[in-house]
Write a protein of this length. Structure first.
Length: 184
């Protein structure tokens, strides 16, 4: 006995097709949001160098020991700056006594260097926090877009399932309509 299968053509509503396209677009947008710049916990080496350059430009410009600190003792000066930023991160504007003494021994412009370092670090930290809030907001939007795309797909599937075609019924309705004179 031979069994024949009839291929049934699946007809989807144009509304479902459009909604599917919209859901794909929403998912694509959500994916783009998630692939943008991630949250940062600390400064990059480039950002640290930029801060260092900005501070030394302001503080060391007219200093008599500029060439000594920025050329001959560059590694030690950089380390001092790095240690200072780490201390600021840990203690805030009130540095520990040891760090203050170390800064005063190494830099004749210590109060100004400290003030510029604090201002520069606090501004960079504000920007970092702000950017992280923006990233967090983007991630939230991406999750909402993805959820909306899922919801849209489910609703349109339910809509599509509720739309049925019954050719014999459609034929009977047309004939009834013709008999009543309203021809469709």
């Amino acid at each position: 006995m031979e069994v024949k299968y009839r291929e049934e053509q699946v007809i989807t509503s144009p509304y479902v097709t459009q909604a599917d396209k919209m859901a794909v677009s929403l998912r694509h947008l959500a994916d783009r949001f998630l692939k943008m710049e991630p949250k940062k916990q600390c400064f990059t080496p480039e950002e640290m160098t930029e801060m260092y350059d900005r501070i030394t430009e302001k503080v060391c410009r007219g200093c008599s020991r500029k060439s000594e600190c920025l050329e001959r003792k560059k590694a030690e000066h950089w380390q001092l700056f790095y240690d200072l930023l780490c201390t600021i991160e840990g203690y805030g504007a009130e540095l520990n006594k040891e760090m203050k003494q170390h800064l005063q021994r190494e830099c004749i412009q210590a109060p100004r260097f400290l003030r510029e370092s604090l201002e520069t670090f606090q501004e960079a930290k504000r920007i970092l926090v702000w950017n992280n809030k923006m990233v967090q907001s983007r991630e939230g939007c991406a999750a909402q877009l993805d959820s909306f795309a899922d919801m849209l797909c489910h609703v349109t599937r339910d809509l599509d399932a509720s739309i049925f075609t019954d050719p014999p019924l459609a034929k009977r309705l047309r004939s009834i309509s013709k008999r009543q004179g309203s021809g469709c």
